[in-house]
Design a protein around this ligand. Structure first.
Ligand SMILES: [Zn+2]
Length: 752
């Protein structure tokens, strides 16, 4: 009898295998001969999950454009039956969950296509999962592979849909062909034109926010972030190059080498070129390689030649044709090789993973932070995204490194937020909070300064001893009650939360004023910049008190009610120093000539943070006649050569004289350089360390000609000295200026 059951089981399982189709069979075209739409990729992975007991496939969220964010969990059917325990054991091993575990299963996470127009990797994801569950099942006995086939579906579909519209059939490999020149803004970034490979630590975007939740549920041992680079640069894989952040362990460094050598074996056999240990470093914590690294994984970037220009095939500068098929083959090979080497080292990966989370030797044990409650709240929301633990101090003095003093300082810690490194994610705490990052090499890929206390405008002490945090948050939000007989309401002005509240008031047609003077009513004092909402301004609105109270409660703002507008200090509600806030009409330029990242940041800020409407205008459609409909024109970073002619500048001046305002950001300021009436001048660079100065140094005459010449092989390194890829400055603001209102707390202050 049991014999028959076994036979039946065999028949059924071979039937299941027979139903599992390759990507090419399922999609109806040879993989690599078309770019697949996101919806088709999702359908294929659903098909794999439906036809294999080695795959579970789920959505973890949606993009801004409502495309599904998804991930597949791939392992042996035996492991899949026990997958929740495998996950929990891994968290126990890291000390993130309570309990003991001695896991021996490697967890590998493959993230594809974070940059939408580096589009080969999502195709490779389909092929990789198929090969894992058909040809490479043995590795899955001790390995769980998590596959996110597309981290950035909005960006990828932007690229793929464009490409599919313009490509010729057959494809045209000539570089000049239209299909190799993607229009603004390109598919690299997400809907809001954010670079998701800079967003892991800050999680400003919905893709990152939702991904971090599952990332933290799994905490993989290996994380690969798939990319593409220029068409002439063959393939980059681990090991990465210096600078490495100092928290990176020897094991993490060494295992990158083992992985690289395993890939090299396959690349050498196939005759494919690659490079390692160049260009891509491990420092700034917001990348898809560094973030996982600081969370204990071996985090890596793999870069295939191709990128936006690649299309289905392109002739590169060296006379080779680079095809999508090649690109997919390379990315599939490194994916499989990563799983193989992880499977071979599964036990070691687990023991080393455990070690990474022991943080006894970090110099600073606690970071103690104080500042406006809104800013503390914003920081705790960030910590929550990374599931980093924190608490509040019950009191007592603390001392140590003061971020405000840039040296020794002390603080009364009563009510302060405390974030300590004696937790599993202590190394990430160090990386995010440390005042100064140690750079082993100045030649870094980009950002070099990000210290969280500065970024959030908070006072902070870094203490070498552990500070207890057994208090509760000192902030208690009051609930406002509707009060009909107020002469007016006062709201202090301290943070983005207040700005978002103001935005909501304006859009609900509540008229609001702000004060350029300090205010005092019935003994209660308010700083410059405070909002004043009077009954008389809103007398026509019968719902005024109810609407205002509802909005204040929605935003957690406390309304100070006064029954008289007669102040304690001569500035009454009718004072000329208490000015009406107009419902400003804002235009933002976008499109050709503008930086898509700069425009995207402005767009995202207004739409999702301030929640205030703006009108985006394409530079192609812009002319100065439209300005009469707006109060503010925002110019994102970019080049505005068409715009900077004499007639346009004349119109702009007329508009500004009648009250218009221009906010020019980054390079947009160049539009007004040395132009009459704009008072913008380019500041000459300080030439104190140029070769010319050395000529004046009479004590140094011998060989002075040689010293002028920077050797060819040192030029890149010299050039990088002129880059400022992240610096934090202490600045002095004029606290009486309206643009500085609200900065009274924290380190940025005019009162230092
Ligand atoms: Zn990339």
């Amino acid at each position: 009898m049991s014999k028959y059951i076994n036979l039946l089981f065999l028949l059924v399982s071979s039937l299941v295998i027979a139903q599992l189709q390759s990507p090419s069979d399922f999609l109806g075209y040879e993989i690599g001969t078309e770019f697949s739409r996101h919806s088709d990729v999702v359908k294929y992975l659903e098909h794999v999950a439906a036809n294999s007991d080695m795959v579970a496939y789920q959505a973890y969220g949606k993009t801004n454009e409502r495309r599904p964010l998804t991930y597949a969990i791939v392992s042996s059917s035996k492991n899949m039956a026990n997958i929740e325990n495998i996950r929990l054991d891994n968290l126990k091993n890291a000390g993130i969950k309570a309990g003991n575990a001695d896991p021996k299963i490697a967890i590998v996470w493959l993230s594809y296509n974070v940059h939408g127009n580096e589009a080969s990797s999502t195709e490779a994801a389909m092929l990789t999962i198929y090969k894992l569950v058909t040809e490479n099942k043995a590795w899955l006995e001790n390995t769980v592979v998590i596959i996110d086939p597309c981290v950035n579906p909005d960006g990828r579909d932007r690229y793929v849909n464009w490409y599919n519209q313009v490509r010729s059939t057959p494809y045209n490999p000539k570089q000049i062909a239209a299909e190799h020149h993607e229009p603004w803004p390109g598919g690299r970034a997400n809907h809001y034109l954010f670079d998701l490979n800079r967003d892991w630590a800050w999680a400003t975007q919905v893709e990152s926010q939702q991904r971090l939740k599952i990332y933290n549920r799994w905490m993989p041992h290996i994380h690969v972030d798939y990319h593409e680079q220029g068409i002439n640069e063959p393939y980059f894989f681990a090991p990465a190059t210096e600078p490495f952040h100092e928290v990176i362990s020897d094991f993490q460094r060494n295992f990158q080498v083992e992985i690289g050598k395993n890939h090299a074996k396959y690349f050498d056999k196939a005759g494919w070129l690659f490079f390692t240990r160049e260009r891509f470093d491990l420092l700034y914590p917001s990348y898809g390689d560094t973030y996982p690294t600081f969370m204990g994984a071996i985090g890596m970037t793999y870069e295939q030649a191709g990128h936006s220009r690649g299309g289905l095939g392109i002739d590169n500068d060296e006379g080779f044709e680079l095809t999508l098929m090649d690109r997919i083959a390379h990315h599939t090979t490194t994916g499989l090789s990563t799983v193989e080497i992880s499977s071979l080292n599964a036990v070691k990966l687990n023991t080393e993973f455990k070690k990474f989370f022991q943080n006894g030797d970090l110099k600073y044990k606690s970071y103690i932070l104080k500042g406006h409650p809104d800013k503390i709240d914003a920081l705790t929301k960030l910590l929550d995204k990374h599931e980093i633990k924190y608490g509040f101090s019950n009191g007592g003095n603390v001392n140590g490194y003061s971020y405000t003093e840039n040296g020794y300082g002390r603080m009364n810690a009563n009510g302060a937020l405390v974030v300590s490194t004696n937790q599993p994610k202590g190394k990430m705490v160090k990386v995010l909070f440390e005042p100064d990052t140690k750079l082993s090499d100045p030649l870094t890929y980009d950002i070099t300064a990000w210290s969280v206390p500065y970024a959030y405008g908070l006072d902070c002490i870094a203490s070498t001893s552990l500070v207890r945090a057994n208090g509760s948050s000192p902030v208690v939000r009051e609930v406002n009650q509707v009060f009909q007989n107020a002469a007016g309401y006062l709201v202090s002005w301290n943070s983005m939360y207040d700005a978002t509240f103001l935005s909501d008031l304006l859009q609900n047609d509540i008229r609001v004023r702000f004060s350029e003077k300090d205010l005092s009513f019935n003994g209660k004092k308010f700083n410059k910049g405070s909002l004043v909402i009077t009954r008389s301004d809103n007398i026509d609105n019968p719902q005024f008190a109810a609407t205002l109270t509802k909005l204040a409660n929605k935003h957690g703002r406390s309304l100070y009610i006064t029954t008289t507008s007669f102040s304690d200090n001569r500035t009454d509600f009718g004072s000329p120093d208490i000015k009406l806030v107009h419902k400003t009409r804002i235009a933002v330029l976008k499109g050709k000539g503008t930086s898509s990242l700069s425009y995207g940041a402005i767009w995202h800020f207004f739409e999702t943070q301030l929640k205030y409407p703006v009108t985006s205008i394409d530079t192609d459609n812009f002319n100065t006649r439209v300005l009469k409909n707006f109060d503010v024109l925002i110019m994102p970073g970019g080049r505005y050569s068409d715009f900077a002619n004499d007639n346009s500048l004349k119109d702009l001046k007329t508009w500004i004289r009648s009250g218009g305002k221009v906010i020019a950001m980054g390079r947009a300021v160049n539009t007004f350089n040395d132009k009459e009436g704009f008072d913008v001048k380019r500041v000459k660079e300080d030439s104190s360390n140029t070769a010319d100065d050395k000529d004046d140094d009479s004590s140094n005459t011998s060989g002075s000609n040689d010293e002028k010449l920077i050797p060819y092989d040192k030029r890149e390194r010299e050039r990088v000295k002129n880059n400022i890829s992240g610096s934090i400055y202490k600045v002095t603001l004029d606290p009486s200026h309206p643009m500085a209102f609200g900065f009274g707390f924290g380190i940025i202050t005019g009162e230092t």
